[in-house]
Design a protein around this ligand. Structure first.
Ligand SMILES: Nc1ncnc2c1ncn2[C@@H]1O[C@H](COP(=O)(O)OP(=O)(O)OP(=O)(O)O)[C@@H](O)[C@H]1O
Ligand SMILES: [Mg+2]
Length: 208
């Protein structure tokens, strides 16, 4: 496959929940390997919904999403490993509350343990369940576990919202190093335009 054709493509994407008005219409985005695209938009405008559609967890009302040329819905239905990973906005909802963090990490095949160090994860947290960690501690696990060797694109929904400013900068520093080295494409959603200006290669304003 021609390396120039590797990309996540959002093509004329539109979505509405049943009986509601259109949340967004005709969205077009292209994300290349190793590129960080920031997305900024009003609360409640439909950003998280759009990330779920891009990941293939909900079908679009119109349009399509392709990952290196393949339709994302087909990938979700047929492939054991998903090249597009979503870091959920609310980490406490993204982790099975019965599992210890060790189980959460063991689920990821081939996870490089250096990434746990980069995210500042301490070994004493491994035997705890999600409710026994702070929001920021849990968010570190939610970021680290998306770095399976098969991950090609990450959709990051407010992924550092639980950190103080200094920790946020440290986490982004390591995150950027990882995704540039591994050539992972990023769509980063945030309400904080100043953060996006620091970390993104380019910024899109999400408009309904
Ligand atoms: N399953 C659902 N059924 C119907 N409406 C929904 C559903 N999930 C979300 N919504 C509505 O869709 C709209 C967009 O929600 P969404 O979570 O995508 O916004 P957002 O831009 O991510 O907001 P925020 O910036 O606050 O995270 C909201 O009005 C929300 O109430
Ligand atoms: Mg949201």
């Amino acid at each position: 496959m021609d390396p120039n054709s590797f990309m996540l493509e959002v093509i004329d994407l539109s979505f509405k929940y049943d009986k509601s008005d259109w949340l967004f219409k005709h969205v077009n985005i292209t994300i290349r390997p190793g590129e960080i695209v920031g997305m900024y938009g009003k609360s409640g405008s439909g950003k998280t919904t759009m990330l779920k559609v891009i990941a293939g967890y909900m079908p679009p009302s119109e349009g399509a999403v392709t990952v290196d040329g393949k339709n994302v819905i087909e990938i979700v239905n047929k492939c054991a490993v998903h090249p597009v990973q979503l870091i959920w906005q609310h980490p406490e909802k993204a982790i099975n509350p019965k599992w210890k963090m060790n189980d959460v990490l063991n689920e990821v095949e081939g996870l490089d343990h250096d990434i746990l160090d980069m995210m500042g994860i301490q070994t004493e947290w491994f035997n705890r369940q999600s409710h026994e960690l702070s929001g920021g501690e849990l968010q570190r696990f939610c970021i680290a576990r998306e770095f399976s060797p098969e991950t090609r694109y990450i959709l990051a929904d407010e992924m550092t919202s639980m950190f103080d400013a200094i920790t946020q900068a440290q986490i982004w520093h390591h995150f950027i190093h990882l995704i540039k080295t591994r050539r992972i494409g990023i769509l980063a959603v945030s309400h904080h335009i100043h953060l996006l200006e620091k970390v993104s290669d380019r910024i899109i304003h999400f408009e309904a």
